[in-house]
Design a protein around this ligand. Sequence first.
Ligand SMILES: CC(C)=CCC/C(C)=C/COP(=O)(O)O
Length: 299
Amino acid sequence: MSSPRRSVDGRPAGSGAGAGGGGSHPGSPAHGSHGGSGGSKFEFQSLLSNRSPGAEPSSAWLRASESPLHRRGSFPLAPAAAPQPPPPPLPEEDCMKLNPSFLGIALRSLLAIDLWMSKRLGVCAGEKSSWGSARPLMKLLEISGHGVPWLAGTAYCLYRSDSWAGREVLVNLLFALLLDLVLVALLKGLVRRRRPSHNQMDMFFTFSVDKYSFPSGHATRAALVSRFILHHLVLAIPLRVLIVLWAFILGLSRVMLGRHNVTDVAFGFFFGYIQYSIVDYFWLSPFNIPAVFALWSHK
Ligand SMILES: CC(C)=CCC/C(C)=C/COP(=O)(O)O
């Protein structure tokens, strides 16, 4: 997905002297290329330039470290070599970089579980998948949470609305849907997480950022719209339950279709939920944006 990180000396970060690579430890020449320890870096380069052609850098270092120059006092026939002072201890934050942190391990494990679960749950990813016959139903669900029907439906209802209260709610729903489109596109463009490899990109009406999967736009919309409806429409309990179920099944269907990993959908739900709070905070009304509502005053 991303190009390998490189250490200061231009080699991949995981190899040899790079961060987290085997054998590197504070105070070693390899470690010296981090953290501005100029003396250590010089030592590393001189070791490389002294080694015989074809020799491994690590073996060069081992031999050099066992050389008389490094075993001070053990080789009396080398008086010209002045004793080297030990390299100064590295700052603690540099040492931390080389040790895989608990957070790093936890994140990598979460991602591994995420990929494994998403692959296993992607049972409708293709016609020949184990639940391939349910794919048309999943695609119907996909359309129920797509941006186009929601935007078009809201705009149409707004156009037909004949009450001020209704218009106020619909203007805000339209604002919420547009805000969601923009924020999701920004996040997708920023994170650039590829969709799962088993996904077939046969989705109806997409933007270019929709080749990325984090976060799921359907999940953000499902959470946003259902929270919006539950707050602003007076509905019987069974209908309220149905709306929550729709949002949940829509999210699940994204993973089953192979469109998303589980974390894309989980974060999508969270992000959609937060988006509603933003919309509620900036609630548009004839009092704070009279210009928008004046559009209907001629009716
Ligand atoms: C064209 C419009 C108005 C919206 C695009 C809707 C869309 C295709 C979102 C992608 O959703 P996922 O991120 O869940 O796949």
